[in-house]
Write a protein that binds this ligand. Sequence first.
Ligand code: NDP
Length: 328
Amino acid sequence: MYNAASDRYEKMRYNRCGRSGLKLSALSLGLWHNFGSCDNYDNMVSMVTTAFDLGITHFDIANNYGPYPGSAEENFGKIMKAVMTPYRDELIISSKAGYGMWDGPYGDHGSRKYLIASCDQSLKRTGLEYFDIFYHHRPDPETPMEETAAALDHIVRSGRALYVGVSNYSPEQTLKMSQILKSMGTPLVIHQPRYNMLERNIENGLQTVLEHEGIGSISFCPLAQGLLTNKYLHGIPKDSRATKSVFLTEDKVNNTDLSKIAALDEVAERRGQTLAQMALRWNLRGGKLTSVLIGASRPAQIVENVKALDAPDLTAEELTEIDDILGR
Ligand code: NDP
């Protein structure tokens, strides 16, 4: 029997998501890796409960997370049923559709047919009555944006989700989607872009659109899948993501200038933090993001990462030093 920590709301920060009524924990937990059919179930339960005990209220999934695709939703559903159901109203659970999920012309991209069918499948796999946020996972250049927007609007009006978001949309696509959705009375509440010290595309116009439109943001891969930690500084550990994922390969690690990562690690050490903690703190600097979406392979990483919030904000000198190290 799981009883959530009674002090879970004392340390975490909760930020308003754009100009909506929704608040998100400053750190959220994503289930892209380590929640699939080949992963250890007890470890998954422990990661979810550890996160919740530390005040993380937002858990992010997608239809295709696994492997196999759909298994992360199934596992999250199992965890909900086993331990988290009493806390359903304290949780913000998101899912997404936009990448290939099933065979044939209706299992991918951004049509009304795909999005609504996929949302229904995701609800079934998780056993949830509704998602708090439902995302279009990536832009679809072929489906009229009006159709995708109408599908998202329908998903909200039919009670399948409370809020809608987009992910991986450019500034122009985001502005257009925001305007269409606004005209339908279902605001675009959140954008989920990739953002970390090494990958800063959102600074080229997206943040301006988000601020102007009052859309919140949650960054994914804030640790560049583990590259922005000290874990690869002395070789590739046997159980690390680089040994088992097609998204972060050993080649990618070997082609990274690790002397820069080591220099960042020294800055973090001077601040009394680990590099992971400093990288998360960097994402949260200036309060522009609503939340930072971390991944983890074990509960101890979540404990370490949440402590990122304890340290003071990065100073102007530290930010310059980081940019100098990275040659920016
Ligand atoms: P991160 O960049 O936070 O990488 C997480 C990985 O870094 C962990 O699995 C772990 O890898 C390692 N790590 C975490 N903390 C530490 C630590 N303290 N010390 C050492 N290593 C650490 O995020 P993800 O790439 O996992 O992405 C996070 C979430 O973002 C996903 O779960 C998903 O919800 C979302 N996402 C969304 C996308 C989209 O298109 N919308 C695309 C990608 C992700 P290891 O296994 O090596 O221990």
